[in-house]
Design a protein around this ligand. Sequence first.
Ligand code: G3I
Length: 341
Amino acid sequence: GSHMAPLKDVYKNDFLIGNAISAEDLEGTRLELLKMHHDVVTAGNAMKPDALQPTKGNFTFTAADAMIDKVLAEGMKMHGHVLVWHQQSPAWLNTKKDDNNNTVPLGRDEALDNLRTHIQTVMKHFGNKVISWDVVNEAMNDNPSNPADYKASLRQTPWYQAIGSDYVEQAFLAAREVLDENPSWNIKLYYNDYNEDNQNKATAIYNMVKDINDRYAAAHNGKLLIDGVGMQGHYNINTNPDNVKLSLEKFISLGVEVSVSELDVTAGNNYTLPENLAVGQAYLYAQLFKLYKEHADHIARVTFWGMDDNTSWRAENNPLLFDKNLQAKPAYYGVIDPAEQ
Ligand code: G3I
């Protein structure tokens, strides 16, 4: 109802509040709820590589343009998601068929050329309409056994296989070139990953960002190459907020900004949320927002991954603040008043 406190007002002195959307979220009641509570949106799918360059050189911007223009016209900001990933990316970017019709990695030079062309064409197309980009998504293995060796901890993605362990750095260098050519744009470049409450994974990510940024800073008067770390935040009711805190503080110690980029907290199953679990979910949301508020000086944005339990990618597990009828759940009250939980 309209008596409810807008999330973005509650946190206006702390960080931007965001949500992930599809085109249907920009119409009618859903648009009203979106605008009431949020400063910024992320395209859930519309700006991924398979949506923007399905075949080589064939850039398909129409749907994404309509989305971003509507978002800006409605007074919200846009975060760009995502330039380099191993999912929702067409095979031609980094693989080819060999003489026996087996899929094999492209050679380094060709893959690097595809990587750079995709990043730079997309960034130049959207220009200053976005406030930030997820340049690379999910490059790190889950729970790597030796996080001190971040290169050995990288996921063996098609990009890795074609280019090598420096593909992450190459992606940020290509993105940075675009920003250097357009000094009036104010856009932050993010590395984005999930399960970042796992300390081994967080340490490997920390080591990667530190290595890439230290070498870049040494050659560029202390400038950052990677501006921010995105903590996706796909949590569950048993997530330990102390682990989230450790990782958040670790990333902040890199001197980068942090955003919580895809927050949701699963609880219950079969599209059912018993009262006790609804309360537990609200309590975890409250603990998380208490933590975020304490570190607000270093957090640019907190984005939920969907508005309601019905349209969530994890709908079966009821992860969001609003139910299938767009009614506020206990989780919503946990977020707006974390001290009361
Ligand atoms: O568009 C087709 C539609 O034409 C078809 O009828 C339908 C039938 O399956 O599928 C539709 O595509 C789906 C697409 O979402 C749009 O709804 C894909 O199958 C489905 O796989 C895809 O899932 C997306 C997922 O990324 C893919 O990995 C989710 O919506 C999206 O929320 C999710 O987002 C990711 C972030 O980008 C990165 N971090 C993890 C996060 C959750 O997986």
